[in-house]
Each structure stands twice: as C-alpha cells, then as structure tokens.
Design a protein around this ligand. Structure first.
Ligand code: BG6
Length: 491
C-alpha cells in the first residue's frame, strides 16, 4: 500500500467475536501486520460479552486466521506477533460502569484511539454514550461504524444524531467497504487522470450506463438480518449508489474528503425520484427460487434455514435510474444486483453513442458503439471496445470490434490486491476520511431508496421468482429491452 505509519494506535473493537470481526477485520489487521504497517506499540482491545480470557481469544483467533487468510498468505510467526497485540475484555455494552476499565486501558499509553463499532447499529448510541461518560473519548478519537446506518431515513437520523451527540463529523468514519476496493478507487483515477475520458463523460457522448453487482452466494445463513433488509437496503442504498456516484459525479477540486463527498451528494440530490407510476418500467424486484449454483443444487430463499416461507423480501433488484442534471440528462443508468446469480461479478459498462455520421456497411451498424467495460471483481481491469478495419484484402472496409485490454494482474504484474478492509483500516489509522461516507450522503441515499420501498409497501407486486443460477427475473431483461438495449454479458 504506502509507507508505514509511525503513529501508534489503540483500537477498541466492539463486537470482536462477531462474524464481521472474525471473517474480515482480524484477517485485515493480520495483513497490515504482515505488510509491516502496524506501528510498534499499537494494540487491539477485543471487546465482547462472551466469558473468555485473552489466552483463549488469541487461540481462537489463530484458528480463524488459519481459516480466513489464504494459505499462501498465512505466516504463523506473523500471526503470533500480531496476536500478541490483542487483549480481550468482557463487557456488557449497557453496563455504564463497566466502561471504566476501557478508560484505564486507553490511558496506559498515549496512543491514537480508534473505536471500531462492529456491533449491531442499534448499539451505537449506547456505546457512544457510555464511552463518553467513562471519559474514553477525546476530540482526537476516531470512530468507525459499519453499515447499515438505520433501515430508512428516519432511523438513520436517530443513529447519526446519537453518534453526533458525542463525536464531530470529522471523527466519524462510516464504512461502505466498496469504497475500499482498489478497483472502485481506480474509478477516480480513470475519470480524473485521463483527459481522454473527461471530455467524453456526459450526455453528448454516452448513451447509457450499466452497473451489475452479481453474487453467486445466497444469504449465507443471515436470514435474521437479511429478511428485514432485502437487497435494496443491503446493496442498493449503499454499495450500488456509491458506484453510481463515482461514475456520475463532477470532477472534485482536489482529493480531499469533503471535495469528493460534496460532488457525490450533488449526484444523490439529482436522482430522479421513482414515483408509483414509474414502478412498472423502472423497478424490478425478484426473489430466488431453488436452482443450481456453481453446478450444485441449492434451495430457494423461502427454504433457507430459519425462513418464513411467506416472506416477500427481495434478493434481486434492477432499476432504471435517471439523473436530472446537465451532464446526465437523458442517459439512463441501469443497475442490477442479486444473490444466487450465475457468478460473482461486479462490472460497470459505459456505452458510448455512435459516431454522428455512419459511412460503413449498414449491416454492421449494430457494432458502432464504443464500450468501456470496467471490471471491479473478479479479474480486475478494464477493456475499451473499439472498431478497427478487419484485416485482409478481401475484407474491404468491413469493421471488427476488438478490445484495448488492461488486466491489472497481467499488465502491471500487480502485487496482491489488498482486501477492502485492509485499505479502510489503514486509512482510518492515517486519519483520511475520503473513503468513508458522510452523514448527508447516507441520508440522501435513504431518502431516494425509501420512496421505492414505500411504493412496494403501498401495494406493489410481490417479488418475481427467478431460478437460482440465472440472471434474475425476465422482467429485468424486459426493462432494458423496452428501451432497445440489452444487459451486457461478456460471454
Ligand atoms: C455486504 C452485504 O455489504 O456486501 C452482503 O451485506 C454482500 O450481503 C456483500 O454479500 C458483498 O460484498 P463483496 O465485497 O463480496 O462484493
């Protein structure tokens, strides 16, 4: 990543025994250790309710690291060094007096304090208040919170108010882990370091944009959470709208957090609200039925463990989104995301308009649009589809579409691409907020998404079923076909 930092950090990790911490956060810290990026003297206090002690937690974490770190990246001596930084503290998050012990830990050294709330968001307020009454916060404390921030605009405001009562906005690091992905950050480089694209990036040159974030997995035993959220709250309100903002925003004046976030907010404000009469043409929701995933039979959503078999929660959403501003007027953004689709694939396709006057074989007119395909995962890279003359004497001026290809792993012999959480933790330690979401972004995104949910609640059609292992309900294909277009499948 970058040069090591010398700031010694103390990290209080709430919810340390939960799935997120074990699966993502500890492996990410381990990788920072492996890369030599944790300053000597940095410590982690793992905080949870479970009756355990430090030795037992370290042993347990060693097993988790062995499980979640790729075998070729697992180095036992590094893991041992890392785990020596970890101490364990039993704590009931409602026990105000119990927080005193955290203050004693914090004041042992004069390290930069980072509080990471990997607990359910309903606990954020009480933890923040108890930390404050135990004098655990200074104005330098950084606080990291996970999504979801609420389940609608109103509840997100409550959470933001609770956090805001104790911390200033400049102390809050709201995570959307998509912003930590190398390829997502690369959108900023692609757009604002290449004048070639800057001059083409608007309604004069682009006909439409597609964003697909597909997953082959189902809900992975998370019924309790997912059934209340659904794909619109789980993926659209955050990751998908963030991707859309990075593609659609105007150039920021600089790379500072607020310059970037100001531009993203302008996009969110310009999203055309989806009214009830637009639901049939602009919104498709689906729910996976039984089918096959990566060659194996899998159950439908309603047959998942713990399922309520009358649930109408969506596991797939496709939307046609319009942005009402000068740059994007008349350029639809087709976005779709779903579980149990044929493969794990996140990609953005920019479809350019054809040249103003066409002089080639009329039969080949369908080839005429350039496309920029940005592959976020897997096989990170990009490909620009351009037209050339087909080679050979007998081909005349027949056209051929071919890629200008950039595959990061091959072209740059890229070193290992860090996981999003490694990048985000590293940025928190450095105090950079540009990869984190500001309060107004969260709230504008909710305001827009709430309208769609409201339309569903006011008597919209139930989700359309799609077989696991397919690209979602046929209605999502019809949605784009009606406009004379199709989803780009890089077959
Ligand atoms: C999470 C969602 O935020 O992102 C999950 O809660 C989803 O449902 C995950 O599976 C996808 O992230 P990634 O990095 O695997 O694309």
């Amino acid at each position: 990543m970058a040069n090591r930092i010398t700031t010694r950090c103390d990290i209080m990790l709430f919810g340390a025994m939960g799935d997120l911490a074990q699966r993502k956060l500890f492996p990410a810290f381990y990788q920072l250790e492996r890369a030599g990026l944790l300053a000597d003297g940095s410590r982690i206090l793992a905080i949870a309710r479970r009756e355990l002690d430090t030795a037992a937690v370290r042993k347990h974490l060693m097993e988790r690291l062995e499980k979640y770190v790729k075998p070729e990246e697992f180095e036992r001596p590094v893991a041992e060094t890392f785990l020596r930084r970890v101490e364990y503290q039993i704590l009931d998050f409602h026990d105000e007096e119990g927080f005193g012990v955290l203050n004693s830990w914090r004041t042992e050294y004069d390290n930069q304090l980072i509080v990471y709330l990997a607990s359910p968001p309903s606990m954020y307020g009480v933890i923040a208040r108890n930390l404050s009454s135990a004098s655990c916060c200074t104005e330098n404390t950084r606080v990291v919170v996970e999504k979801p921030i609420g389940h609608d605009l109103e509840s997100s405001r409550v959470i933001n108010d609770e956090l805001g009562a104790v911390y200033s906005e400049s102390q809050l690091f709201r995570i959307d882990h998509y912003l930590g992905k190398e390829t997502v950050q690369n959108l900023i480089a692609l757009r604002f370091a290449n004048n070639l694209f800057a001059s083409q990036w608007d309604q004069n040159h682009i006909s439409h944009v597609e964003i697909t974030v597909a997953e082959s997995v189902g809900i992975e035993g998370r019924w309790g959470y997912f059934d209340k959220a659904g794909q619109i709250r789980d993926m659209i309100q955050n990751h998908m709208l963030q991707l859309l903002c990075l593609i659609a925003m105007d150039p920021p004046a600089d790379l500072s957090a607020d310059s970037i976030r100001d531009e993203k907010v302008k996009v969110l404000k310009a999203l055309r609200s989806i009214t009830p009469d637009m639901m049939d043409t602009c919104v498709v929701r689906g729910q996976y039925a039984a089918g096959a995933s990566t060659g194996k039979p899998v159950p439908g959503y309603l047959e998942e463990e713990g399922a309520n078999n009358r649930s109408e929660t969506e596991t797939f959403v496709a939307l046609k989104v319009e942005i009402d501003n000068w740059r994007w007027s008349g350029v639809p953004f087709y976005i779709r995301t779903g579980k149990r689709l044929p493969e794990k694939l996140s990609q953005i396709i920019i479809h350019f308009k054809p040249a103003p006057h066409y002089i080639f074989d009329p039969d080949q007119r369908h080839l005429a649009n350039n496309k920029l395909i940005i592959r976020l995962q897997p096989d990170e890279g990009m490909s620009l589809k351009i037209l050339t003359k087909d080679q050979g004497l007998h081909k005349g001026m027949r056209l051929r579409q071919g890629p200008l290809e950039l595959t990061f792993s091959e072209t740059f012999e890229a070193e290992r691409i860090p996981d999003a959480y490694e990048r985000l933790l590293w940025e928190v330690m450095k105090g950079n907020q540009y990869l984190f979401v500001r309060r107004d972004e969260v709230e504008h995104a909710w305001r827009w998404v709430d309208r769609i949910i409201q339309n569903w609640n006011d008597g919209g059609d139930p989700p359309k079923r799609y077989a696991s292992g397919t690209w979602g309900p046929v209605a999502s294909i019809a949605m784009i076909t009606r406009d004379g277009r199709s989803w780009y499948e890089d077959a």
